[in-house]
Design a protein around this ligand. Sequence first.
Ligand SMILES: *[C@@H]1O[C@H](CO)[C@@H](O)[C@H](O)[C@H]1NC(C)=O
Length: 395
Amino acid sequence: MEDYALSFWIYMGVMSVFVGGAMKKILASHISAAPTLLAWLGVTVLVERLCSLWPPAILALAVLCTVCCLSSSRSTPAQTLPTEGKAVFITGCDSGFGKAAAQRLDALGFEVFASVLDLRGTGARELRHICSSRLTLLQMDITQPEEVQQALLATQAKLGLRGLWGLVNNAGICVNFGDAELSLMSNYRGCMEVNFFGTLNVTKTFLPLLRKAKGRIVTISSPSGEQPFPCLAAYGASKAALNLFINTLRHELKPWGVKVSTVLPSAFKTGQSSNSEYWDQQYKHLIQNLSPELLEEYGEEYTLETKQLFQDFAKTANEDLSPVINTITDALVSLQPKVRYYAGPGVGLMYFIYSYFPMSISDKFLQRLFLKKKVLPRALQNQNGNSHNNNINTM
Ligand SMILES: *[C@@H]1O[C@H](CO)[C@@H](O)[C@H](O)[C@H]1NC(C)=O
Protein backbone atom coordinates (compact mmCIF):
# COMPACT_ATOMS: atom_id res chain seq x y z
CA MET A 1 0.00 0.00 0.00
CA GLU A 2 2.85 2.32 0.93
CA ASP A 3 4.62 1.46 -2.35
CA TYR A 4 1.51 2.25 -4.25
CA ALA A 5 1.16 5.63 -2.58
CA LEU A 6 4.75 6.56 -3.34
CA SER A 7 4.61 5.61 -7.00
CA PHE A 8 1.25 7.34 -7.24
CA TRP A 9 2.68 10.62 -6.00
CA ILE A 10 5.74 10.34 -8.24
CA TYR A 11 3.42 9.67 -11.10
CA MET A 12 1.21 12.64 -10.22
CA GLY A 13 4.27 14.86 -9.91
CA VAL A 14 5.60 13.90 -13.33
CA MET A 15 2.17 14.28 -14.88
CA SER A 16 1.64 17.73 -13.32
CA VAL A 17 5.02 18.97 -14.51
CA PHE A 18 4.37 17.61 -17.98
CA VAL A 19 0.81 18.85 -18.30
CA GLY A 20 1.59 22.18 -16.61
CA GLY A 21 4.59 22.79 -18.86
CA ALA A 22 2.63 21.93 -21.96
CA MET A 23 -0.30 24.12 -20.92
CA LYS A 24 2.01 27.05 -20.22
CA LYS A 25 3.58 26.71 -23.65
CA ILE A 26 0.24 26.40 -25.34
CA LEU A 27 -1.20 29.43 -23.58
CA ALA A 28 1.91 31.50 -24.28
CA SER A 29 2.04 30.59 -27.94
CA HIS A 30 -0.24 31.76 -30.68
CA ILE A 31 0.50 29.10 -33.21
CA SER A 32 -2.41 27.53 -34.94
CA ALA A 33 -1.38 24.06 -33.78
CA ALA A 34 -2.39 24.96 -30.22
CA PRO A 35 -5.99 23.65 -30.42
CA THR A 36 -4.75 20.39 -31.90
CA LEU A 37 -2.15 19.99 -29.17
CA LEU A 38 -4.71 20.78 -26.55
CA ALA A 39 -6.98 18.10 -27.98
CA TRP A 40 -4.12 15.60 -27.98
CA LEU A 41 -3.33 16.40 -24.40
CA GLY A 42 -6.94 15.73 -23.48
CA VAL A 43 -6.92 12.47 -25.40
CA THR A 44 -3.69 11.39 -23.71
CA VAL A 45 -5.18 11.90 -20.28
CA LEU A 46 -8.37 10.12 -21.31
CA VAL A 47 -6.52 7.13 -22.74
CA GLU A 48 -4.40 6.98 -19.65
CA ARG A 49 -7.55 6.87 -17.48
CA LEU A 50 -9.11 4.26 -19.71
CA CYS A 51 -6.04 2.08 -19.53
CA SER A 52 -6.16 1.96 -15.77
CA LEU A 53 -9.88 1.12 -15.74
CA TRP A 54 -10.06 -1.17 -18.65
CA PRO A 55 -7.44 -3.91 -19.06
CA PRO A 56 -7.58 -4.39 -22.85
CA ALA A 57 -5.82 -1.06 -23.45
CA ILE A 58 -4.81 -2.15 -26.93
CA LEU A 59 -8.47 -2.31 -27.84
CA ALA A 60 -9.07 1.21 -26.54
CA LEU A 61 -6.13 2.51 -28.57
CA ALA A 62 -7.40 0.76 -31.66
CA VAL A 63 -10.83 2.34 -31.26
CA LEU A 64 -9.23 5.74 -30.73
CA CYS A 65 -7.05 5.43 -33.83
CA THR A 66 -10.02 4.40 -35.93
CA VAL A 67 -12.00 7.40 -34.72
CA CYS A 68 -9.06 9.72 -35.48
CA CYS A 69 -8.57 8.26 -38.96
CA LEU A 70 -12.25 8.54 -39.75
CA SER A 71 -12.52 12.12 -38.56
CA SER A 72 -9.43 13.29 -40.45
CA SER A 73 -10.28 11.53 -43.71
CA ARG A 74 -13.76 12.98 -43.78
CA SER A 75 -12.56 16.16 -45.42
CA THR A 76 -15.22 18.75 -46.03
CA PRO A 77 -14.92 20.58 -49.36
CA ALA A 78 -13.50 24.02 -48.61
CA GLN A 79 -16.08 26.72 -49.10
CA THR A 80 -14.91 29.65 -51.15
CA LEU A 81 -16.38 32.98 -52.07
CA PRO A 82 -17.02 34.07 -55.66
CA THR A 83 -14.32 36.32 -57.13
CA GLU A 84 -16.46 38.01 -59.71
CA GLY A 85 -16.73 41.77 -59.32
CA LYS A 86 -14.22 41.78 -56.44
CA ALA A 87 -11.22 44.11 -56.65
CA VAL A 88 -7.84 43.37 -55.08
CA PHE A 89 -4.88 45.72 -54.71
CA ILE A 90 -1.39 44.14 -54.57
CA THR A 91 1.83 46.02 -53.81
CA GLY A 92 5.29 45.15 -55.13
CA CYS A 93 4.31 43.31 -58.31
CA ASP A 94 7.58 43.84 -60.22
CA SER A 95 8.72 40.33 -59.32
CA GLY A 96 8.46 37.53 -56.78
CA PHE A 97 5.30 36.90 -54.75
CA GLY A 98 3.59 40.10 -55.92
CA LYS A 99 3.90 39.32 -59.58
CA ALA A 100 2.89 35.69 -59.15
CA ALA A 101 -0.07 36.69 -56.96
CA ALA A 102 -1.26 39.27 -59.52
CA GLN A 103 -1.19 36.60 -62.19
CA ARG A 104 -3.01 34.00 -60.09
CA LEU A 105 -5.68 36.37 -58.76
CA ASP A 106 -6.33 37.72 -62.24
CA ALA A 107 -6.75 34.17 -63.54
CA LEU A 108 -9.23 33.49 -60.73
CA GLY A 109 -11.43 36.34 -61.94
CA PHE A 110 -10.50 39.12 -59.53
CA GLU A 111 -10.16 42.68 -60.76
CA VAL A 112 -6.49 43.18 -59.92
CA PHE A 113 -4.76 46.48 -59.20
CA ALA A 114 -1.05 45.70 -59.29
CA SER A 115 1.39 48.34 -58.10
CA VAL A 116 4.95 48.24 -59.40
CA LEU A 117 8.08 50.31 -58.82
CA ASP A 118 8.76 50.44 -62.52
CA LEU A 119 5.91 50.59 -65.03
CA ARG A 120 8.34 50.01 -67.88
CA GLY A 121 10.21 47.14 -66.21
CA THR A 122 10.13 43.53 -67.36
CA GLY A 123 7.77 42.49 -64.54
CA ALA A 124 5.13 45.05 -65.52
CA ARG A 125 5.52 44.19 -69.19
CA GLU A 126 5.05 40.50 -68.54
CA LEU A 127 1.98 41.07 -66.40
CA ARG A 128 0.43 43.26 -69.07
CA HIS A 129 1.08 40.51 -71.55
CA ILE A 130 -0.16 37.53 -69.50
CA CYS A 131 -3.11 38.96 -67.59
CA SER A 132 -6.64 39.81 -68.66
CA SER A 133 -7.88 43.30 -69.43
CA ARG A 134 -9.23 43.48 -65.87
CA LEU A 135 -5.67 44.07 -64.61
CA THR A 136 -4.62 47.64 -63.86
CA LEU A 137 -0.93 48.39 -63.43
CA LEU A 138 -0.03 51.35 -61.23
CA GLN A 139 3.31 52.95 -60.53
CA MET A 140 3.84 53.26 -56.78
CA ASP A 141 6.81 53.40 -54.44
CA ILE A 142 5.22 52.66 -51.07
CA THR A 143 7.68 54.99 -49.31
CA GLN A 144 6.39 57.98 -51.32
CA PRO A 145 3.08 59.16 -49.80
CA GLU A 146 2.21 61.20 -52.94
CA GLU A 147 2.51 58.07 -55.06
CA VAL A 148 0.38 56.12 -52.61
CA GLN A 149 -2.23 58.88 -52.78
CA GLN A 150 -2.09 58.83 -56.59
CA ALA A 151 -2.61 55.07 -56.60
CA LEU A 152 -5.64 55.49 -54.34
CA LEU A 153 -7.17 58.07 -56.68
CA ALA A 154 -6.58 55.86 -59.72
CA THR A 155 -8.11 52.86 -57.93
CA GLN A 156 -11.10 54.88 -56.73
CA ALA A 157 -11.68 56.21 -60.25
CA LYS A 158 -12.03 52.64 -61.53
CA LEU A 159 -14.02 51.31 -58.61
CA GLY A 160 -16.60 54.05 -58.60
CA LEU A 161 -18.88 53.47 -55.65
CA ARG A 162 -17.60 49.95 -55.03
CA GLY A 163 -15.27 49.15 -52.17
CA LEU A 164 -12.01 47.23 -52.31
CA TRP A 165 -12.24 43.54 -51.43
CA GLY A 166 -8.58 42.86 -50.79
CA LEU A 167 -5.28 44.55 -50.04
CA VAL A 168 -2.21 42.35 -50.39
CA ASN A 169 0.71 44.00 -48.60
CA ASN A 170 3.55 42.32 -50.37
CA ALA A 171 6.11 45.04 -51.11
CA GLY A 172 9.14 44.79 -48.86
CA ILE A 173 12.92 44.80 -48.87
CA CYS A 174 15.74 43.00 -47.15
CA VAL A 175 18.69 45.25 -47.81
CA ASN A 176 21.36 44.05 -45.48
CA PHE A 177 23.02 41.07 -44.01
CA GLY A 178 25.40 40.72 -41.15
CA ASP A 179 25.61 40.87 -37.39
CA ALA A 180 23.45 43.49 -35.71
CA GLU A 181 26.53 45.44 -34.67
CA LEU A 182 27.86 45.46 -38.22
CA SER A 183 24.56 46.47 -39.80
CA LEU A 184 24.48 50.11 -40.79
CA MET A 185 21.95 52.52 -39.36
CA SER A 186 20.88 53.19 -42.94
CA ASN A 187 19.95 49.53 -43.23
CA TYR A 188 17.78 49.64 -40.13
CA ARG A 189 16.11 52.81 -41.34
CA GLY A 190 15.78 51.54 -44.90
CA CYS A 191 14.00 48.38 -43.75
CA MET A 192 11.71 50.34 -41.45
CA GLU A 193 10.93 52.86 -44.17
CA VAL A 194 9.72 50.25 -46.64
CA ASN A 195 8.55 47.28 -44.60
CA PHE A 196 6.94 49.21 -41.77
CA PHE A 197 6.20 52.85 -42.65
CA GLY A 198 5.49 52.10 -46.31
CA THR A 199 3.06 49.28 -45.55
CA LEU A 200 1.52 51.35 -42.75
CA ASN A 201 0.83 54.27 -45.09
CA VAL A 202 -0.60 52.03 -47.84
CA THR A 203 -2.83 50.19 -45.36
CA LYS A 204 -4.16 53.40 -43.79
CA THR A 205 -4.73 54.89 -47.23
CA PHE A 206 -6.79 51.97 -48.53
CA LEU A 207 -8.62 51.15 -45.30
CA PRO A 208 -11.72 53.27 -45.99
CA LEU A 209 -12.23 51.34 -49.26
CA LEU A 210 -11.61 48.02 -47.50
CA ARG A 211 -14.08 48.81 -44.73
CA LYS A 212 -16.67 49.71 -47.34
CA ALA A 213 -16.41 46.23 -48.90
CA LYS A 214 -15.95 44.43 -45.53
CA GLY A 215 -12.85 43.11 -47.25
CA ARG A 216 -9.58 41.45 -46.40
CA ILE A 217 -6.02 42.51 -45.63
CA VAL A 218 -3.29 39.98 -46.39
CA THR A 219 0.23 40.88 -45.31
CA ILE A 220 3.39 39.04 -46.28
CA SER A 221 5.58 39.07 -43.20
CA SER A 222 8.46 36.85 -42.17
CA PRO A 223 9.33 34.36 -39.43
CA SER A 224 12.36 36.61 -38.83
CA GLY A 225 9.89 39.15 -37.43
CA GLU A 226 9.19 36.77 -34.57
CA GLN A 227 12.28 34.64 -34.17
CA PRO A 228 15.84 35.90 -33.73
CA PHE A 229 17.45 34.78 -36.97
CA PRO A 230 21.18 35.42 -36.93
CA CYS A 231 22.27 38.36 -39.12
CA LEU A 232 18.73 39.52 -39.89
CA ALA A 233 18.23 42.07 -37.09
CA ALA A 234 17.35 45.03 -39.34
CA TYR A 235 14.93 43.14 -41.54
CA GLY A 236 13.49 41.19 -38.60
CA ALA A 237 12.93 44.29 -36.48
CA SER A 238 10.99 45.97 -39.30
CA LYS A 239 8.83 42.88 -39.77
CA ALA A 240 8.29 42.66 -36.01
CA ALA A 241 6.96 46.22 -36.02
CA LEU A 242 4.78 45.38 -39.00
CA ASN A 243 3.41 42.26 -37.27
CA LEU A 244 2.36 44.18 -34.21
CA PHE A 245 0.63 46.86 -36.25
CA ILE A 246 -1.20 44.29 -38.39
CA ASN A 247 -2.16 42.22 -35.37
CA THR A 248 -3.60 45.24 -33.61
CA LEU A 249 -5.57 46.12 -36.72
CA ARG A 250 -6.87 42.57 -36.77
CA HIS A 251 -8.94 42.94 -33.65
CA GLU A 252 -9.75 46.60 -34.14
CA LEU A 253 -11.22 45.87 -37.57
CA LYS A 254 -13.42 42.99 -36.39
CA PRO A 255 -16.46 45.19 -35.82
CA TRP A 256 -16.01 46.55 -39.36
CA GLY A 257 -16.10 43.07 -40.83
CA VAL A 258 -12.59 43.37 -42.27
CA LYS A 259 -10.59 40.15 -41.88
CA VAL A 260 -6.83 40.35 -41.47
CA SER A 261 -4.33 37.59 -42.26
CA THR A 262 -0.55 37.33 -42.11
CA VAL A 263 1.51 35.04 -44.32
CA LEU A 264 4.80 33.72 -42.93
CA PRO A 265 6.86 32.25 -45.75
CA SER A 266 10.05 30.21 -45.54
CA ALA A 267 12.94 31.09 -47.85
CA PHE A 268 11.97 31.62 -51.48
CA LYS A 269 13.91 32.82 -54.46
CA THR A 270 12.52 36.31 -54.92
CA GLY A 271 13.90 39.76 -55.60
CA GLN A 272 17.66 40.01 -55.82
CA SER A 273 18.52 37.00 -53.68
CA SER A 274 20.07 34.95 -56.48
CA ASN A 275 21.89 37.84 -58.13
CA SER A 276 25.56 37.57 -57.13
CA GLU A 277 26.36 41.07 -58.35
CA TYR A 278 23.82 42.34 -55.87
CA TRP A 279 25.56 40.57 -52.99
CA ASP A 280 28.95 41.91 -54.08
CA GLN A 281 27.56 45.43 -54.22
CA GLN A 282 25.95 45.12 -50.79
CA TYR A 283 29.18 43.80 -49.39
CA LYS A 284 31.27 46.59 -50.85
CA HIS A 285 28.86 49.15 -49.47
CA LEU A 286 29.11 47.58 -46.02
CA ILE A 287 32.91 47.46 -46.00
CA GLN A 288 33.17 51.05 -47.15
CA ASN A 289 30.84 52.29 -44.44
CA LEU A 290 32.05 50.32 -41.45
CA SER A 291 34.27 52.09 -38.99
CA PRO A 292 37.94 50.96 -39.25
CA GLU A 293 37.86 49.88 -35.59
CA LEU A 294 34.91 47.57 -36.11
CA LEU A 295 36.37 46.16 -39.29
CA GLU A 296 39.61 45.52 -37.43
CA GLU A 297 37.89 43.76 -34.53
CA TYR A 298 35.67 41.56 -36.67
CA GLY A 299 38.09 41.13 -39.56
CA GLU A 300 37.31 41.06 -43.23
CA GLU A 301 37.41 37.27 -43.34
CA TYR A 302 34.49 37.26 -40.91
CA THR A 303 32.29 39.63 -42.91
CA LEU A 304 33.24 37.83 -46.11
CA GLU A 305 32.15 34.51 -44.67
CA THR A 306 28.78 35.99 -43.68
CA LYS A 307 28.26 37.25 -47.20
CA GLN A 308 29.20 33.87 -48.64
CA LEU A 309 26.86 32.04 -46.26
CA PHE A 310 23.98 34.29 -47.26
CA GLN A 311 24.70 33.77 -50.90
CA ASP A 312 24.85 30.00 -50.43
CA PHE A 313 21.64 30.06 -48.41
CA ALA A 314 19.88 32.05 -51.13
CA LYS A 315 20.86 29.35 -53.63
CA THR A 316 19.00 26.73 -51.61
CA ALA A 317 15.80 28.78 -51.40
CA ASN A 318 12.63 27.45 -53.02
CA GLU A 319 11.89 28.45 -56.56
CA ASP A 320 8.29 27.33 -56.59
CA LEU A 321 6.35 30.25 -55.11
CA SER A 322 3.01 28.43 -55.13
CA PRO A 323 2.85 27.66 -51.37
CA VAL A 324 2.79 31.41 -50.71
CA ILE A 325 0.46 32.22 -53.60
CA ASN A 326 -1.94 29.50 -52.42
CA THR A 327 -2.14 31.02 -48.95
CA ILE A 328 -2.69 34.54 -50.33
CA THR A 329 -5.53 33.14 -52.43
CA ASP A 330 -7.00 31.27 -49.48
CA ALA A 331 -6.91 34.39 -47.33
CA LEU A 332 -8.91 36.22 -50.02
CA VAL A 333 -11.47 33.61 -51.03
CA SER A 334 -11.95 31.39 -47.99
CA LEU A 335 -15.12 31.90 -45.98
CA GLN A 336 -13.05 31.80 -42.80
CA PRO A 337 -9.49 32.90 -43.62
CA LYS A 338 -6.80 32.01 -41.11
CA VAL A 339 -5.13 34.66 -39.00
CA ARG A 340 -1.70 33.20 -39.74
CA TYR A 341 -0.55 31.15 -42.69
CA TYR A 342 2.71 29.22 -42.63
CA ALA A 343 3.87 28.90 -46.22
CA GLY A 344 6.65 26.70 -47.48
CA PRO A 345 8.63 23.73 -46.27
CA GLY A 346 10.02 23.84 -42.75
CA VAL A 347 8.16 26.87 -41.38
CA GLY A 348 5.71 24.77 -39.39
CA LEU A 349 8.55 22.80 -37.83
CA MET A 350 10.51 25.98 -37.14
CA TYR A 351 7.55 27.47 -35.25
CA PHE A 352 6.90 24.24 -33.42
CA ILE A 353 10.48 24.14 -32.14
CA TYR A 354 10.39 27.85 -31.32
CA SER A 355 7.13 27.54 -29.39
CA TYR A 356 7.58 24.27 -27.53
CA PHE A 357 11.30 23.76 -27.00
CA PRO A 358 13.73 25.49 -24.62
CA MET A 359 15.28 28.66 -26.01
CA SER A 360 18.75 27.10 -26.13
CA ILE A 361 17.47 24.46 -28.55
CA SER A 362 15.52 26.85 -30.76
CA ASP A 363 18.54 29.21 -30.92
CA LYS A 364 20.74 26.32 -32.04
CA PHE A 365 18.15 25.24 -34.54
CA LEU A 366 18.05 28.71 -36.11
CA GLN A 367 21.83 28.94 -36.29
CA ARG A 368 22.22 25.49 -37.81
CA LEU A 369 19.39 25.95 -40.23
CA PHE A 370 20.35 29.38 -41.38
CA LEU A 371 24.00 30.39 -41.09
CA LYS A 372 26.64 27.98 -39.92
CA LYS A 373 29.44 30.39 -39.13
CA LYS A 374 32.91 28.89 -38.74
CA VAL A 375 35.15 31.94 -38.72
CA LEU A 376 35.46 33.76 -35.41
CA PRO A 377 35.72 37.55 -35.25
CA ARG A 378 39.40 38.44 -35.51
CA ALA A 379 39.68 39.89 -32.01
CA LEU A 380 38.35 36.65 -30.54
CA GLN A 381 40.75 34.55 -32.59
CA ASN A 382 43.75 36.38 -31.13
CA GLN A 383 42.32 36.04 -27.66
CA ASN A 384 42.23 32.27 -28.07
CA GLY A 385 45.88 32.35 -28.99
CA ASN A 386 45.45 30.45 -32.21
CA SER A 387 44.51 31.35 -35.71
CA HIS A 388 42.52 28.39 -36.90
CA ASN A 389 40.08 28.98 -39.69
CA ASN A 390 42.20 31.79 -40.90
CA ASN A 391 42.69 30.44 -44.38
CA ILE A 392 40.48 33.05 -46.03
CA ASN A 393 42.74 35.68 -44.51
CA THR A 394 45.82 34.33 -46.17
CA MET A 395 44.26 34.07 -49.58
C1 LIG B 1 0.85 58.77 -45.47
O1 LIG B 1 2.01 59.47 -45.09
C2 LIG B 1 1.98 60.87 -45.35
C3 LIG B 1 3.35 61.44 -44.99
O2 LIG B 1 3.70 61.09 -43.70
C4 LIG B 1 0.85 61.51 -44.60
O3 LIG B 1 0.77 62.89 -44.92
C5 LIG B 1 -0.45 60.83 -44.97
O4 LIG B 1 -1.51 61.38 -44.20
C6 LIG B 1 -0.34 59.32 -44.73
N1 LIG B 1 -1.58 58.67 -45.11
C7 LIG B 1 -2.47 58.27 -44.22
C8 LIG B 1 -3.72 57.69 -44.79
O5 LIG B 1 -2.31 58.36 -43.03
